[in-house]
Design a protein around this ligand. Structure first.
Ligand SMILES: Nc1ncnc2c1ncn2[C@@H]1O[C@H](COP(=O)(O)OP(=O)(O)OP(=O)(O)O)[C@@H](O)[C@H]1O
Length: 283
């Protein structure tokens, strides 16, 4: 697997407040790499450094073995980004005009038919000729994503891309991201708080905690290493959680002997939500 981004000993503080502390990792070509961490963990800060929008205090970021600073304008041909709350679209232009504008910016010829198809795909066809300042947040987000896809960049950064999207748009976006990675070999670096996004997309995850990496590896390993089976007994007055099956059986017998009314007795696998809550509590 080809390594395309290499981050070494990266650090960043804001007003003496360390946000990223000496982290190192690399991103491989064609993978979907998800950066996780609770609110304020430094995900957006990290992405901005990877895009050279924000300068690091120390450490190196290399693209294809070459320092990020040497790329200049070329970095913007190689990468594309939809940042959190970013208003990359223009309110006084219509949806079609925005797409035409961005296509021209990226020197890409695009036919009206193709624009309409893109809008259709994201359920924006009806708003094609409406000015964007009247759009809802979700509609603007969808249009931003369409525009970010126009430069055909090899590396795509998506900061909470599904925020504000309705169910269908969410599903369409996940399908599209998966297709870009698996069929078009694009590298996707994404942040999200939504576990359906992690579950359906993640090849590898990086978990930021107090500015450090608390997990880096394949999504399957993340789940396996943190997996936990437990047994849950619910009575009409209380609930008991035990990790050992024999102890759970004994507890159940005892409760029955004591005359407790058992509502349910279930085996559970710890979910990704529970795993992340535990990590985030620790940070
Ligand atoms: N320009 C800045 N000046 C000062 N502090 C900043 C600046 N940008 C970010 N921070 C702080 O750095 C920390 C990390 O912010 P960041 O936006 O990277 O977090 P995040 O992981 O993306 O959070 P969220 O999940 O809420 O989007 C926060 O405490 C934030 O207040």
């Amino acid at each position: 697997m080809k390594e395309i981004i290499k981050v070494s000993h990266l650090s960043k503080s804001f007003e003496d407040n360390p946000i990223i502390k000496d982290i190192s990792f690399s991103v491989n070509e064609g993978e979907i790499f998800i950066i996780l961490g609770k609110n304020g963990a430094g995900k957006t800060t990290l992405i901005k450094m990877l895009l050279h929008i924000l300068a690091q205090d120390s450490g190196e970021i290399d693209y294809y073995g070459q320092a990020i600073a040497t790329y200049g304008q070329k970095l913007y041909e190689m990468t594309s980004a939809v940042l959190e709350n970013a208003e990359n679209t223009y309110g006084y232009l219509t949806a079609i005009e925005n797409i035409e504008y961005f296509a021209a910016l990226y020197q890409r010829k695009i036919k009206k038919q193709e624009i309409l198809q893109l809008l259709e795909q994201f359920d924006l066809a009806e708003a094609a000729n409406k000015r964007v300042f009247n759009f809802s947040r979700g509609m603007k987000q969808k249009l931003s994503i369409i525009c970010s896809l126009l430069n055909d960049a090899k590396i795509l950064f998506l900061d909470e891309p599904t925020l504000g999207l309705d169910f269908k748009a969410n599903r369409d976006l996940l399908d599209m991201v998966k297709k870009m990675s698996k069929e078009h070999n694009k590298t996707i670096i994404l942040t999200t708080h939504q576990t359906d996004v992690i579950k359906s997309l993640a090849d590898r995850v990086l978990l930021l905690n107090k500015g450090e990496i608390s997990f880096l590896g394949k999504y399957e390993s993340f789940i396996q290493e943190n997996s936990l089976v437990y047994y849950l007994i619910n009575t009409n007055t209380d609930s008991y959680q035990l990790t050992d099956e024999n102890l759970a059986d004994e507890k159940l017998k005892k409760l029955i002997e004591e005359g407790e009314k058992i509502i349910s007795y279930e085996k559970h696998d710890r979910s990704i939500e529970e795993i992340l809550i535990d990590y985030y509590k620790g940070g």
